[in-house]
Design a protein around this ligand. Structure first.
Ligand code: TRP
Length: 337
């Protein structure tokens, strides 16, 4: 059975974008792959190190959201990165064999550098304000993946350059140290088919920093009020004006959460029979129908945090068994102890 690894940084509660963009796929993969999912808390430090007050809360929230969405500790290994030190050792060894231009040219890091103001003037001085650990983000990510010799890595589009670096590191390791039989696989990324869910403000992306999210933990009233705020076709001013579903994010959401009625909604929106208020109320109910069972499980899980911790610790023990056997082979291949 092919092995999957994927991870998320613990930055707080998860939202609908995480659910349809990642978690629902992960849940499905559990039945056809060997799955390992990591809460990558060291990665959260690459940009968030100056305030770690909420890190433990965020780790538990991430775990609760995963489990509530259907990630099953009987089927998957659910691990915490910092509890498996082999990730750090492999990251260190990989950092020795990774040419810095691979990192400096990485388009995802470059974009982050721009967004976070880490660029310093002229092009060739780009990212001089970036911390060493942040520059090595893809190297740590490669260690996360290769320490389990994963074959497939489900990720979003922005992560593809990182998975490419992972393959390059695997290839370079195999070239340098592979002659005694040990070889890393070259993992492939796997993109999700779901369209990216826009934020409730009409922004391309649902994101905590943009404050345009519906969270898995939101109660029915919050869901309704978030949906009420959503932007629709600006030309549909009055209830019976004809609307253009193709420019309406409420319609995009119906496609994802209300596939059954989507054809009818398209028709009655265009003809002007359906008003935005009713259309939104209907969507809020459909989203709530989807989130209600997740919310119930989540409440059960968060009411017993020691149980959550145990699931993470058990998963990390199982992960460590695999990771430590990889590291034994790696040390041997490199003539280390
Ligand atoms: N960089 C990923 C993200 O921001 C998180 C991540 C860390 C990851 N290590 C990983 C994803 C390994 C897949 C595999 O989404």
């Amino acid at each position: 059975m092919a092995r999957i690894f994927s991870g998320m940084r613990p930055t707080g509660r998860l939202h609908l974008g995480h659910l349809v963009g990642a978690l629902e796929n992960w849940v499905r993969f559990q039945d056809s792959y060997e799955t390992i999912f990591g809460i990558v808390d060291w990665h959260a430090l690459t940009t968030g190190y100056s305030n770690t007050t909420d890190l433990q809360t965020h780790i538990r929230e991430t775990a609760a959201d995963w489990l509530a969405a259907g990630i099953d500790p009987q089927k998957s290994i659910i691990m915490l990165q910092s509890a498996v030190k082999e990730h750090a050792e492999l990251h260190l060894l990989f950092s020795m064999i990774t040419p810095t231009p691979w990192l400096i040219r990485n388009p995802t890091l470059k974009e982050q550098a721009k967004d976070l103001g880490l660029v310093d003037g002229s092009d060739d001085q780009e990212m001089t304000k970036m911390d060493y650990g942040h520059l090595g983000y893809p190297v740590l990510q490669s260690a996360d993946i290769l320490v389990y010799k994963a074959d497939i890595v489900p990720v979003g589009e922005d992560q593809v350059p990182h998975i490419e670096i992972c393959r390059e590191i695997a290839r370079r390791f195999n070239f340098l140290f592979g002659e005694r039989g040990f070889r890393f696989p070259e993992p492939q990324h796997k993109l999700t088919q779901t369209p990216r869910l826009p934020g409730t403000d009409g922004n391309m992306k649902m994101s905590k920093s943009l404050n345009n999210c519906i969270y898995l933990a939101d109660d029915p009233d919050t869901i309704q009020s978030q949906v009420k705020k959503m932007v629709t076709d600006p030309k549909k001013v009055r209830k019976n004006d004809p609307g253009r579903p193709e420019v309406c994010s409420v319609f995009t959401y119906h496609g994802v959460f209300n596939a059954q009625e989507v054809a009818e909604i398209e028709k009655t929106c265009r003809s002007g029979e359906l008003g935005c208020v009713d259309c939104k109320k209907n969507l809020g109910e459909k989203i709530d129908r989807k989130l209600a069972p997740i919310r119930t499980r989540r409440n059960e899980l968060t009411s017993e945090p020691q149980n959550l911790d145990k699931i993470l610790l058990d998963g990390s023990d199982r992960a460590r068994a695999i990771a430590s056997s990889t590291l034994k082979q790696v040390r041997k291949a490199m003539n280390l102890g």
